[in-house]
Write a protein that binds this ligand. Structure first.
Ligand code: KG4
Ligand code: ZN
Length: 379
């Protein structure tokens, strides 16, 4: 089955062509240059840029995949969550193609795309006929991006329960804001992670806990300087997280330092990275300890590109003998259309009743605030 998938949920126009769950092409046209000068995504500009780019991106995806539009069996399109006027561009284009070429559509929850992104394989990998049978459930989905930080209990494909989420900022947003405080530019998470990786050799990170709080401490062996940050909500009974407290604590720490030289800057990057990661992983471990039925962990979202994060989750998985699944390439951690295709593939194969025929495609509408536990609302 050939799938054409479209995602215009935020600031990337993405189109992929997949054959079942194998990627033939996955084009991501970034709008970074349009939004950069505003320091964030401007919805009206996003809409204009999507409109300008979508046709070109579709043609390029088909060309790269060496597939003709007439060969497409299914269109997978993101309907939420995301920016309403940006989502609309992709949805309208999907409807137009659906009617013109008589191709059915499947409307997709963007977060379900991140959740299932580890099931997208490169085209040279062997096709697995019954992918669902390979999966051991229940699984714990860990979605960490610039807009979301969620722990999801997966009982079956399509049946999701959010068991913990951020109560304020998302983890990636925290990385970006902390990077801005250090004048490191955008996208901050990637920059912090690069600086941390290059400068970890001479520092020791320790985690200290007392009865009510948890701290991440950094000690630099060369300069003998010490810094620490609290891990918000680490001791709460629930599995929710908070990153705005970390951002404030980091801001206070920066203000308390008289001069930030290169070494201090890298210490601060390592410290904030370690604390943000601990904020999520402490909750993952807590949940797994209390629910020993979890068989797999599925990672998704932009922050998954952080190798220290993945390493820490891997250690937890080894300790509790859980299978770890993560996207095979970092191109699949950020927003991309191939992850939207895999959801369409799963639904068409196991729940074909969810497919919408071209003459009914006008019933498809955007749902900007769609949550992953409301995925069933789509159908
Ligand atoms: O999933 P994504 O591309 O977009 C959405 O938010 O939907 O995630 C982007 C986020 C940004 O906040 C970015 O700073 C963060 O992912 N990010 C990282 C890394 N690469 C991207 N955060 C930490 N370490 C990284 N290596
Ligand atoms: Zn996303």
């Amino acid at each position: 089955m050939y799938i054409l998938s479209i995602d215009t949920s935020c600031d990337e126009t993405s189109v992929a062509i997949t054959k079942n769950n194998l990627i033939l092409s996955n084009i991501v046209a970034s709008q970074y240059k349009y939004h950069k000068k505003y320091g964030g995504v401007v919805p009206s500009l996003a809409k204009i840029a999507h409109k300008k780019t979508i046709d070109k991106t579709i043609s390029l995806a088909l060309k790269k995949a060496n597939v003709e539009i007439k060969e497409i069996d299914l269109i997978s399109v993101t309907i939420g969550p995301g920016l309403a006027i940006a989502l609309e561009v992709g949805i309208n284009k999907a409807k137009e193609i659906s009617k013109k070429y008589n191709i059915p559509i499947i409307p997709i929850n963007h977060m379900e795309g991140h959740l299932l992104s580890s099931f997208v394989y490169p085209k040279n990998k062997e096709y697995i006929e019954d992918l669902y049978r390979e999966i051991k459930l229940p699984a714990l989905g860990v979605l960490v991006s610039g807009g979301h930080t969620e722990l999801i209990l997966v009982n079956s494909i399509g049946n999701y329960k959010i068991i913990g989420e951020t109560l304020d900022d998302a983890c990636g947003e925290c990385f970006d804001k902390c990077a801005r405080m250090l004048n490191l530019g955008y996208p901050g998470g990637k920059i912090i992670s690069k600086i941390s990786k290059e400068n970890k050799k001479n520092v020791q990170i320790t985690i200290t806990k007392n009865s009510q709080s948890e701290y991440v401490q950094l000690y630099n062996n060369n300069t003998q300087k010490k810094y620490s940050l609290p891990v918000p909500k680490s001791f709460s009974e629930d599995f929710n997280m908070s990153f705005s407290g970390l951002k404030t604590a980091f801001n206070n720490l920066i203000k308390s330092i008289q001069q930030i030289d290169q070494k201090t800057l890298s210490d601060l990057c390592i410290l904030v990275e370690s604390t943000a990661i601990e904020s999520v992983t402490v909750k993952i471990e807590k949940y797994i300890k209390q629910n020993n039925s979890i068989k797999e962990i599925w990672l998704g979202g932009g922050v998954i590109a952080n190798t220290s994060f993945v390493q820490k989750v891997r250690t937890i998985c080894k300790k509790y003998q859980i299978k770890l699944r993560k996207p095979y390439s970092n191109k699949l951690t950020g927003d991309n259309a191939a992850m939207i295709a895999i959801v369409g593939y799963f639904y068409s194969k196991y729940f074909p009743e969810k497919i919408i025929q071209p003459n009914e495609s006008d019933t498809i509408d955007r749902i900007p605030n769609l949550r992953i536990d409301n995925t069933n609302l789509i159908f």
